[in-house]
Write a protein that binds this ligand. Structure first.
Ligand code: NI
Length: 169
């Protein structure tokens, strides 16, 4: 496994549409392994392949609702993911490893169901609520070249960021 560089806003790859994964081979497995390592090191909750420079429809999301699991165990790998249903609404803070230091207020569904394939090509369905639902939507948006800053109602002010960082300490 190896860490990969996270591409940041201004890099045109983040605005491109990713292609479906068709080969569930070692190259894909290496990509997913590297994405896991990169996400854990960056202390994020989700990562999409285009963020590490690969225009393929693969994302990883941490199911942070499963508090009894370690961060590594919380990671769900989704290849060719598709939101098949969503309901409810949540409005809250959102950030992105590709837009460091910026947080915005974004409205997302409270609950989503996602259909995807695992690293071997086997189809599965997974549900997420709260932050996990937000994360599924955010990562899948990356596969279509969209960043949260496009849909944020507003970006947090420096004062609000200070307050948020204060809460974390
Ligand atoms: Ni992101």
């Amino acid at each position: 496994m190896a860490m990969r560089n996270i591409r940041e806003e201004g890099d045109s790859i983040l605005l491109k549409r990713s292609r479906p994964v068709t080969d569930f081979n070692r190259r894909l497995h290496t990509l997913l392994d590297d994405m896991r390592e990169t996400l854990l090191a960056a202390d994020g909750v989700g990562l999409a392949a285009p963020q590490v420079g690969v225009l393929r429809r693969a994302v990883i999301v941490m199911d942070t609702n499963k508090e009894d699991l370690t961060p590594a165990e919380q990671i769900i790998e989704l290849v060719n993911p598709e939101i098949v249903s969503s309901d409810g609404e949540q409005t809250g803070q959102e950030g992105c490893l590709s837009v460091p230091g910026v947080y915005g207020i974004v409205t997302r569904p409270e609950h989503v169901t996602v259909k995807a394939q695992d690293r071997y090509g086997k189809e599965f369905t997974v549900e997420g609520t709260g932050l996990t639902a937000r994360c599924f939507c955010h990562e899948i948006d990356h596969l279509d070249g969209h960043l949260f800053t496009e849909i944020a109602e507003r970006i947090l002010t420096p004062e609000e960021l200070d307050e948020m960082n204060g809460e974390r300490e």
